[in-house]
Design a protein around this ligand. Structure first.
Ligand SMILES: O=C(O)CCC(=O)C(=O)O
Ligand SMILES: [Fe+2]
Length: 327
């Protein structure tokens, strides 16, 4: 998956970076449209990713972080395929140690988040679900791309997508997440971000096996910040019932990456359970990169990760996420 690169930072300082940045026209930059409001109120727009759909512009990654990101992956993966239908690479870590904390702090400080609420109907009873973590999402499915002005255009014809084609206007992946995406050496079109502020934040057992991801999707999942347990269990089959087997536990630490592929999504479930005390209060960011093939994927991801509620931002003095208002 990865090209050969010097494995130590000494190698980096002794010679030019072995992995070149992608040319500017291939990076997230091409899709950035500058909102004049951001020019008036923020730093110069060339140092920011800005788009009319963003509540505010997002600064670019500091050069020191970009330089060291060139050394990813920082470790060889543990290949986990010794259980039925499991196909997983576990990098401990993927992101070089020197930058995992600054990268965590940068993303927690600079991204905007949501606490999504939605209703589901079970039989005739409607229930409100309060997503138990902060989320945000960027990206656009394979049927479209952003043009130079940041407008979604049809991937085949280059014509603007009809207004109303998407329920929520899609947001381009900002430079800071696009560079992390590049470091995977895989091609994705979505970045989903979770922030687990403490041990009460969680994600229950599920699989990311939506049809809009196509068959046997590859999903790269990064951890930054606090260590949290990632539990995995096989879906029930005729021969084995999940209740009989102990779940697999991966204690995902800052900088780690799990690449799930093959039948992992169709046959396994995963979760981040609630935890009491420990490290969890320091907060954990999870970023998953995925590739949605059709429009339904875009609608689904914005509905469940942006929704229609208020914007939250990290408040450094209170050290918690707080509702954010446009200045
Ligand atoms: O936080 C994690 O490690 C897992 C997140 C996850 O499973 C998801 O967003 O689908
Ligand atoms: Fe998941």
């Amino acid at each position: 998956m990865a090209t050969k690169r010097p494995r130590t930072l000494d190698g980096f300082f002794a010679q030019p970076s072995a992995k070149k940045q992608r040319p500017e026209e291939l990076s997230g930059e091409e899709v950035i449209a500058v909102d004049s409001k951001d020019i008036a109120t923020d730093k110069p727009s060339r140092d920011m990713s800005a788009h009319p759909t963003y509540p505010h512009a997002i600064p670019h990654l500091p050069a020191e972080i970009i330089d060291i990101l060139n050394f990813a992956p920082a470790a060889e993966p543990r290949i986990m395929n010794d259980q039925p239908d499991l196909d997983l690479l576990y990098y401990q870590p993927y992101i070089p140690k020197e930058i995992s904390k600054p990268l965590f702090e940068f993303l927690r400080r600079e991204l905007f988040f949501y606490r999504v609420k939605y209703n589901i109907k079970r039989g005739s009873i409607e229930t409100q679900i309060n997503t138990p973590r902060y989320t945000t999402v960027f990206g656009l499915d394979e049927t479209a791309r952003f043009d130079a002005n940041g407008q979604p255009v049809d991937a085949a014809s280059g014509k603007p997508v009809k207004p109303g084609s998407y329920k929520v206007p899609p947001r381009p992946i900002p430079q800071c997440l696009d560079l992390l995406q590049n470091a995977t050496n895989c091609k994705f079109n979505f970045a989903l971000v979770n922030y687990y502020s403490n041990g009460n934040d969680s994600i229950s057992y599920h699989s990311d096996d939506e049809r809009f991801l196509g068959v046997e999707p590859a999903i790269a999942s990064f951890t930054l910040g606090a260590t949290r347990d990632f539990l995995m269990k096989h879906k029930p089959t005729e021969a084995s019932h999940v209740s009989e087997t102990k779940p697999m536990k991966l204690p995902l630490a800052s900088g780690d990456m799990v690449l799930m592929k093959g039948m992992t999504q169709s046959r396994w479930l995963h979760s981040i359970p609630k935890r009491k005390g420990g490290d969890a209060d320091k907060g954990r960011i999870n970023i998953t990169f995925r590739r949605a093939m059709v429009k339904g994927g875009t609608d689904n991801y914005y509905r469940y990760n942006v929704g229609d509620g208020e914007v939250y931002k990290w408040d450094e003095s209170r050290r918690e996420m707080m509702p954010w208002k446009r200045p």
